[in-house]
Design a protein around this ligand. Structure first.
Ligand code: F0G
Length: 459
């Protein structure tokens, strides 16, 4: 059955099983692969041109037109409007940053930052939650759950409180930044601090959801990713509906990169975009599973015939060697990304590349972004550090148009920021490197002479 011209479909072309939009699955019940939301465009009638969406800018009195997600609803119309949830997400900006371009090593007009920290809970997750909660309401869910490195739990807790649904979040004990934990607690989510890391939380939340009938809000939920497609629509909008040459995004559980690939795949299919940008997914070297799978093991989507065993073998190798992820960019401290297969598809669609950057470069890039007037958390800065690396490697041209996605706000993880500037990192985290842009606070006596001297010394 295909409600509203829309259905769920297994991503594996060899299986291709389809399911009604009202079913709740987090993997294909036939073959176990991931699911997509798919559209019958002849029923949905998408816009004739992307610029048609612009008329909604003027209509701020309509909550759905105001939402940076639902403004594009014809491209993710899986439920009737009465079920759609919004908290004003997606009021985000694409800003040129000549200062960051200098740092990255390109022409000054080349680098744009898509600032997703402006979302109501301070990260890009709100784009996905607006869509995920709409589906949860459509199917009558009463309790929602997720595993999280912090931002998913913050965003889920906020939307659950808004919708009056019960929220259960699984976080790794001592693993999430305080700004994010504070949000989950304050929005009233039942917060389980599991004695393990994100990957442990992820496997437990799947078990608990199956056993207790919780609605799972992690990015293996295909509806959540529909909301995250809109980040790319807003990037296109910011560039006058012209695609950039590169989109650079940090990679953790690989939901964002997967959603971006699907957005571009569909726009091409609809004839709304002729040329697609290239995609760069950036890991931290302390959590570099995708980099290893793609660059060392040469894993590729291969039209859907990707080597499933290579992924399972990598997980087993991690078990055998006791390898655990470790990075100051706690949001992407993930070793078993659940969306690996969809990300491989995105890399094929967008002729993508994968790189890893060390924590020292992530933190230097973060300080540079801050100096240019946009605050972000460490994981977001991996995008800028990755862009710099790709320019140095000659993969990205100096005059290419590059969009780096700043996924989360600076206030999410003040400990990491203060650690970088003072040298006193949070417990359990140290970052080797010169801290090239550290802005060290200066202790001064409560004395006007000493104060003026300290000010003049910095002229
Ligand atoms: N940046 C930030 C700020 C994040 O919070 C995350 C993921 C990512 C990047 C990576 O995105 O998973 O789509 O590849 N945070 C998740 C969480 C895992 O639980 O908050 P991804």
């Amino acid at each position: 059955m295909r409600s509203h011209g829309c259905f769920q479909r297994c991503i594996s072309p060899g299986c291709g099983a389809t399911f009604d939009i009202g079913e709740v699955y987090f993997a294909c019940p036939r073959c176990g692969d991931l699911l997509d939301v798919a559209y019958d465009w002849s029923v949905i009638s998408p816009p004739r041109s992307l610029s048609d969406f612009q008329v909604r800018w003027a209509n701020r009195r309509s909550a759905l037109d105001f939402s940076g997600v639902w403004r594009f609803r014809e491209l993710l119309n899986f439920c009737p409007d009465e079920f759609k949830v919004t908290l004003g997400e997606g009021q985000t900006l694409l800003l040129p940053s000549p200062g960051v371009a200098d740092y990255v090593g390109t022409k000054r007009a080349s680098v744009f930052l898509q600032y997703e920290g402006l979302n109501p809970s301070g990260s890009f997750k709100d784009n996905g939650m607006a869509a995920g909660f709409s589906h949860a309401r459509l199917v009558g869910a009463s309790r929602v759950a997720c595993a999280s490195t912090g931002n998913t739990s913050a965003s889920l807790a906020m939307y659950a409180a808004h919708c009056g649904l019960g929220a259960v979040v699984f976080v790794g004990s001592g693993r999430i930044a305080f700004g994010k934990l504070a949000q989950a607690l304050d929005y009233g989510a039942l917060t389980l601090q599991i004695a393990g890391d994100f990957d442990a939380c992820m496997s437990r939340v799947k078990e608990a959801s199956a056993r207790l009938g919780l609605y799972l809000m992690n990015s293996l939920n295909p509806f959540r990713l529909e909301g995250q497609k809109t980040i790319m629509y807003r990037v296109l909008e910011g560039l006058g509906w012209e695609p950039p040459d590169w989109v650079v995004v940090p990679g953790g559980n690989l939901g964002n990169s997967s959603a971006f690939g699907k957005a571009f795949m569909e726009l091409k299919e609809l004839g709304l975009l002729k040329r697609l940008p290239r995609l760069a997914v950036i890991n931290s070297t302390g959590a570099d599973t995708l980099d290893r799978l793609v660059n060392e093991k040469k894993l590729a989507w291969n039209g859907g015939k990707y080597d499933r065993r290579a992924i399972a073998d990598d997980w087993k190798w991690q078990d055998r060697t006791g390898r655990l992820p470790h990075t100051i960019a706690s949001a992407i401290e993930i070793a078993r990304p659940v969306n690996a297969a969809k990300c491989l598809r995105a890399l094929e669609v967008c002729d993508g590349v994968v790189r890893s950057v060390p924590d020292s470069q992530i933190m230097d890039a973060k300080a540079q972004i801050g100096r240019c007037g946009l605050g972000c958390e460490p994981a977001s800065a991996a995008a800028v550090a990755g862009a710099k690396l790709l320019v140095e490697q000659g993969v990205i041209d100096r005059d290419a148009r590059i969009v780096c996605i700043l996924t989360g706000h600076a206030m999410k993880d003040p400990d990491a920021t203060v650690g970088y500037h003072t040298g006193n990192y949070p417990p359990g985290k140290t970052v080797a490197g010169a801290r090239a842009f550290a802005n060290v606070p200066i202790p001064v006596a409560d004395d006007i002479e000493a104060i003026c001297e300290a000010i003049d010394a910095k002229r």
